[in-house]
Design a protein around this ligand. Structure first.
Ligand code: NOJ
Ligand code: NOJ
Length: 712
């Protein structure tokens, strides 16, 4: 009995003190200083030949690696075996393709077409046999996690909440819960799936969320079985050590539901979430994209920077395009340093296919790792791999690493390593501001700054002409700066003289053709400096991490809107606290060191309670004209705190059954909420419905629905 008690007490103590043991760079909630290496598992390294052609799903493997739609043998054991190579590159996290148990048969009868990429799930509770073992067991997965963590590398799992597998071929959408069939596209008595046509209009919010994405059987997240299945499955992978998730097709699952998914996953374990919302800053739904990132707690892959980088470094567009996109996004996203940046991916042709010029690739790589946002390097780019068949489009961008392509001496490999080191050493890259300092068509000079930490980068992408820069100003203090890359990409030194502090003149400098120069300074903070908070939204009781520098080793305090929070861990660069029990709202968080010196404050949204997805329907909300939308607003932060703007109210609602409108919204569990529907006209005019507020008591678990009529 006593022994049992002390065992329990020991376990409790281990749980309670676990945050104290979390080395700051391993704390999962701050990803801003990370460098991510993206791996298509099947195409990386075959570490276990016994799973190449597993008996559960035989015949999908091509040992000759000539059928690009077949499995080629790469697996979790292979990634594990190459961990030293990944660490040597400077990556601090790997993003691996979905590892859930996949569709078992070919999508084609004439030739093999297999889900080697992982996006066609059949069972989210198990590991795919081609990546692990024939029992769909966890051994290989657990081993990979252990090896990664032993090398201080985090594991980001690609996770597709939107769909199972193809509705018209193979297993026709069949979805299992740890081996038990739930439903398929043609046999779905309980509404596990939506049964709508393929998305035709990518500017239609209803189609995006409720129609079918290219034939992939569309999950109905509002169904309470699906809701708990997806959340439990992701939590299962968290319990096996997953540090973060890349959410596939973020724009295509139900947006309101995704807020509750994020809330569940953040509550289960400290983590970081980012998702795939394909767009550009001129996209019709760009406003929806940044509203979602700013409010859901889910960051996004930076498709704006992706498009501009490919134009600039791949198609030789002017740097002004990239500069413009960054300025726009920086003004719209609350936390641009959390955006996840990339120029190549498993869905696009590789940059070297667009422009077979290694200098340009290296310039793009240097830009990527010094840009604001968290950089992703696609596996193989460090080895200049590309296959130009069909313009290098999917699947020809998913090239195989070969035994000889793990070369640790390539220029790109070394350049990535150096800059990844700088991301760790100089907080300006992870936490700093962004400032353009000089620009023309081929030259871009930009500065990152976090208090006294400064990184100034100058890129000249011209093939043959040097550029003389005679009027350059910087926040670097007076002094002479060597190129941090040591000339790896033809960089040069810079001399700065004294000026007005953040506008010190540099001596004129000539940037050679195809050069990248990186000049930097950093010093230990003498006062508390906050660079990050994560997650950005959560209810009382949730664990939140603030990161930065100069917090001191002795405990100070953290206040959320003036209320003192309980500190759960404290180090000079990372502090975790519990969200205090205060009313919901968008607040500032204020850290002070043990002497009471205040840091800069940072924004955080306190939710009322854990989130439950509820479908709100308002009937007969009419009349409306083109571009007029119905929104929901109400008395908690989840409902917009009675806000009446596009950014503050909840919506736009969806009207496939006009004049009835509906929207799935995540609202606080167990709370009695007050709300109304409003019309926001294209002209900006607000029309409130009449009468008393609607009220509703949110269920404490599962999902809910509300159905009312617009009060005239
Ligand atoms: C986007 C992924 O990145 C892509 O590779 C995949 O095919 C689709 N989503 C569907 O899951
Ligand atoms: C359909 C309605 O018919 C139209 O009048 C309205 O403008 C749109 N939905 C969007 O508000």
């Amino acid at each position: 009995m006593n022994q049992h008690r002390s065992l329990v007490a020991g376990l409790l103590a281990a749980l309670v003190f676990a945050p104290l043991l979390c080395a700051p760079l391993l704390c999962a909630q701050d990803f801003k200083k990370q460098v991510i290496y993206q791996i298509v598992t099947d195409r990386f390294f075959d570490g276990d030949t016994t799973n190449d052609n597993p008996s559960e799903s035989p015949g999908l493997y091509d040992s000759t690696r000539t059928n690009w739609f077949a499995y080629w043998g790469g697996d979790l054991a292979g990634i594990q075996q190459k961990m030293a190579y990944i660490q040597g590159l400077g990556a601090t996290a790997i993003w691996i393709s979905p590892t859930v148990n996949n569709e078992n048969s070919s999508m084609n009868t004439s030739s093999v077409s297999a889900p080697y990429h992982g996006y066609d799930a059949r069972d989210f509770m198990q590991v795919e046999e081609h990546f692990g073992d024939n029992a769909n067991d966890w051994t290989a997965f657990n081993n990979l996690i252990s090896a990664a963590h032993a090398n201080n590398i985090k594991v980001i799992l690609d996770w597709a909440n939107n769909h199972s597998n193809y509705n018209a071929a193979g297993e026709k959408g069949a979805l299992y819960n740890n081996g038990t069939l739930m439903a398929s596209a043609g046999n779905d008595p309980t509404g596990i799936f939506h049964h709508n046509p393929d998305i035709a209009d990518y500017n239609d919010r209803y189609q995006l969320q409720y129609y079918t994405l290219s034939g992939l059987t569309d999950l109905n997240q509002e169904n309470s079985t699906v809701d708990s299945y997806l959340k439990s499955a992701a939590e299962l992978f968290q319990s096996h050590g997953v540090d973060a998730f890349r959410l596939d097709a973020l724009k295509h699952a139900t947006w309101g539901w995704e807020y509750s998914f994020a809330n569940a996953i953040y509550n289960n374990k400290p983590t970081f979430l980012f998702g795939e919302w394909i767009d550009s800053t001129s996209d019709a739904l760009y406003h929806d994209a940044y509203k979602f990132a700013n409010r859901s707690g889910i960051s996004e892959l930076d498709f704006g920077v992706n498009g501009a980088m490919r134009d600039v470094f791949g198609s030789n567009h002017n740097f002004s395009e990239l500069d413009g996109v960054i300025a726009t996004e920086n003004s719209n996203f609350t936390s641009p340093n959390d955006l996840v940046t990339f120029f190549d991916s498993h869905d696009e042709s590789r940059l070297l296919t667009m422009n077979n010029n290694r200098n340009r690739l290296q310039e793009a790589m240097a830009f990527l790792i010094t840009c604001r946002g968290i950089p992703v390097i696609l596996y193989g780019d460090e080895q200049y791999l590309h296959n130009d068949t069909n313009n290098g489009n999917d699947p020809y961008n998913r090239v195989a690493m070969t035994p000889t392509s793990f070369n640790t001496t390539s220029t790109a490999y070394k350049l990535i390593g150096k800059l990844a080191g700088l991301r760790k050493a100089n907080d300006a890259l992870g936490y700093g501001t962004w400032r353009q300092r000089w620009i023309n068509n081929d030259v871009y000079i930009y500065e990152r700054q976090f208090f006294n930490d400064v990184v100034l980068v100058a890129i000249n992408k011209n093939d043959s002409t040097a550029q003389n820069i005679s009027r350059l100003f910087t926040s670097l203090p007076a002094g002479t700066y060597a190129d941090y890359l040591g000339g790896l990409q033809s960089g040069v030194p810079l001399t700065v003289t004294s000026g007005s502090g953040d506008n010190n003149p540099a001596n004129s400098v000539s940037l050679p053709a195809h050069s990248v120069s990186v000049w930097q300074v950093s010093s230990a903070a003498t006062a508390p400096e906050v660079g990050s908070i994560g997650p950005t939204v959560g209810q009382p009781g949730m664990q939140v991490t603030i990161a930065g520098d100069g917090f001191g080793s002795a405990r100070g305090s953290v206040k959320v809107n003036g209320t003192t929070a309980t500190i759960t861990s404290w180090s000079n660069i990372s502090v975790s606290f519990t969200v205090p029990n205060i009313a919901s709202g968008n607040y500032t968080v204020q850290l002070a060191n043990s002497q009471g010196a205040l840091a800069n404050s940072i924004q955080f949204s306190v939710l009322t309670a854990r989130l439950i997805p509820v479908t709100f329907t308002v009937n007969n909300a009419t009349p409306t004209g083109p571009g007029d939308y119905i929104f929901l607003t109400g008395n908690t932060v989840e409902l917009g705190n009675w806000g009446t703007t596009f950014d503050t109210a909840v919506g736009p609602m969806l009207d496939p059954n006009y004049p009835n409108w509906f929207l799935n919204v995540s609202v606080p569990a167990g709370q009695s909420i007050q709300f109304k529907f409003i019309k926001i006209a294209a002209s900006g005019t607000i029309t409130w419905e009449n009468g008393a507020n609607h009220s509703y008591t949110v269920p404490t678990s599962g999902t809910g629905s509300v159905n009312v009529t617009w009060q005239n």
